[in-house]
Design a binder for this molecule. Sequence first.
Ligand code: 5GP
Length: 245
Amino acid sequence: MSVHTKLYEGKAKIIYPTDDPQIFLAVFKDDATAFNAQKRGSIRGKGEINCSISSKLFKELEAHGVKTHFIDSPAPNQMRIEAVKILPLEVVVRNIAAGSLCQQTGLPLGTVLKQPLVEFYYKNDQLGDPLLTRDRLLLMELATVEQVNKITHLALQINEFLKDFFQQCDITLVDFKLEFGLNSQQQLLLADEISPDTCRLWDISAENDPNRRVLDKDRFRRDLGNVEDAYQEVLRRVIKAVERE
Ligand code: 5GP
């Protein structure tokens, strides 16, 4: 493959074009940011760990009927992906109250939600990724009604699969963020990544300890230490669960 200049550099990944216009190469970085990039750092090995976890989860999801952008992983920190145009939406699914849901509603941390909550945020750094209403999202033409309905359905389907999968890893899936994109045939595909950067994951064996249970980016956000160890532990358990299947 010839060397191409990057198409896009985000906080956690660089996207390169390839010789095939239908295929991009995503290179996962060790860089870590939080609070709209006001906090910056690096987590050793994160690029490889997140790429490996995401690749395995995308493969599992594909096997369960969810169409994703994943093609294959030519190196531990690289993913070949279908070329998609990302919708400017962050789709968050929550099973347990944490993070901004607690801050904005006063719900106590750890409240188990009676039903999963699907929320849409505007992917816009300048505006700080604000929470959208369905009407605002449609008003701004960020997606069509059909796309919003399909994304909501897919997000709930993905949640059911991931909740069960992580349960087998002795991990509670608290919440997570998804991104979707459209390929050249305008097909909606799950894109971006699913990793400890984009999910809240609590270790069931330490569930009553609000610090020890954290196996995700909250360790970095809240300066809890042992960030790499937590990410490695998630990868180890994901590999074991995939091997058991
Ligand atoms: P919250 O809205 O509570 O901050 O985040 C909800 C969930 O979505 C968490 O699992 C969090 O990691 C994920 N999330 C929300 N926005 C972003 C984002 O801009 N980047 C990343 N990596 N994750 C996000």
